[in-house]
Design a protein around this ligand. Structure first.
Ligand SMILES: [Zn+2]
Ligand SMILES: [Zn+2]
Length: 81
């Protein structure tokens, strides 16, 4: 019985979720949806053009250049009164 299992290997690039706050990255297959560091909602794709994120080190969208990481605010101390 000749049975060949020659299937073309499709390399699906691994996608990631990114924390917009601390830039933490988790694989898209991870059950994490919120950053375990700061509780931020993890970006699954570019908020502007919804291009998927293929690099765990991405700081900007590869498709449109949108910043994936929210600009760091310096201590915004609110003193009223
Ligand atoms: Zn975070
Ligand atoms: Zn984009």
């Amino acid at each position: 019985m000749e049975h060949r299992t020659e299937e073309p290997v499709y390399r699906t690039p691994l996608r990631y979720r990114l924390c917009p706050k601390c830039a933490r990255a988790v694989p898209i297959s991870s059950p994490e949806h919120y950053c375990i560091n700061d509780g931020s909602w993890l970006l699954e794709a570019c908020p502007l053009c919804s291009a998927p994120i293929f690099s765990p080190y991405a700081c900007y969208c590869a498709s449109c250049g949108e910043a994936l990481r929210a600009p760091d605010r310096q201590e915004d101390a609110m003193n009223s009164g």
